[in-house]
Design a binder for this molecule. Sequence first.
Ligand SMILES: [Zn+2]
Length: 503
Amino acid sequence: MSKFYITNAIPYVNAKPHLGHALELVQTDTIARYHRSVLEDETFFLFGTDENALKNVQSAEEAGEDVKSFVDRHVQIFRDLTKKLNISNDDFIRTTEQRNIDGTQKLWKACDANGDIYTKNYKGLYCVPCEAFYTEKDLVNGLCPEHKKKPEIVEEENYFFKLSKYQDQLLKLIESDELKITPETKKNEVTKFIKSGLEDISISRSRERAKNWGISVPGDDNQIIYVWIDALSNYINALDYGTNGSKFKKWWETDKSYKIHAIGKGIARFHAIYWPAMLLSAGVKIPNEILIHGYITIEGEKISKTLGNVIDPLEPIGKYGLDPVRYYLLRDIPSTGDGDFSYSRLEKRYTGDLANNLGNLVSRVAKLIDSKLTKKLDYRNKFASKRVLNEIEKTQTVYHRKIAQFKLNEALSAIWMLLTFPNGYIDQKKPWKTIDDDPNEFLRTITSITRLIIEVSYLLEPFIPETAEKIQKIFNLKDKIKKWEGTSIIVGGIKPLFPRLEK
Ligand SMILES: [Zn+2]
């Protein structure tokens, strides 16, 4: 596949971002960077904000602020976070933008034209934080499973979408992996839910209940489109679906582009069921894959305002630097499962994996080259040890497989396995001895290890891009070496990659 389109879920902007947002952004960014720079796919990475939700209105009211200015202020904080996390998104969409309004109404009209929208008097259990109706069987002890809150009873005439009509088609698409859901455990949960029977869903609410905030139903100003529709359709609206623009044709309506949504487990149903059903109804292509990550806890506790354990991602970044935080989140938290954030483990990773292992190896080898080597390094395969080249290749194979399976943490552990290899190799080869007795053997040892370090820097680029770049600078690399032939390089300046933590 030569084109790759990836989206991050769009958060509500009713509060400041927390570590869970940072985790998702960093994961999505890693996959986007992997496709862009390692596989060299033409890549488009989208992020944005969900602004039409009732939650935003309520939080603005609580803050005593006008909704528009409340939302604008919070959007900026999310935009700033992407810069602080070095997120490589190509576009940022706000669901209040005209392109999102146009696209949402167009999608509505297309579903309507297909006979899938009708009105019905409805009485249901509504969870405001979820912006979703639940049936009794969805609730746990009468409470929303996500928020542990009692849903409100809401009664009004709404527009409905014929979700039930798409039950068999969705099941087939998901079971055959035509719409792939990763990990498998989530796929099973989704198929189980579909098999239990899909009911039609309410897709609008009264202007009054929506507090006059949101996108109008085409042709009916008294009703506002259910927020999930305009939130989900951001994925195509950013590509100018509303105006049938060239980006939409290039990135969405083609089989040449692999389309993937990265999301948290709480919104799996919306993405794996509602969204593809509406696309099928509207005659628009469906995404290829949905990646579902777990939740992050803080020192063993769920992130919650009441517990007061909400960590601003900027806090650990300020203390340890960006790449150590990116590394920690990607390495310590299993990509598809729940994981815990703890400062003590972050420090362990910093000192153990980054400073003592990667950092030490790079400076040890760079200093050897800088102080002992009299000629330039030659990277031709014939000058490198077969054993080392084999180790590199073995790691690359595992690395690609793990990323394709959305096991980013395991891709990183494969790289760190490779990083343990040079220590034994150096001790065995004793370059400080061979430098005088056997200069060719010395050169071979140094060449092989440097080659390993450079290859590691390429593998690390999607995960910790600044560190990868620093390593490449130390070895004076300007461009990626594509063929390891005849390239000679010398060492640039040597500064420790990860300075010792001050106690
Ligand atoms: Zn809820």
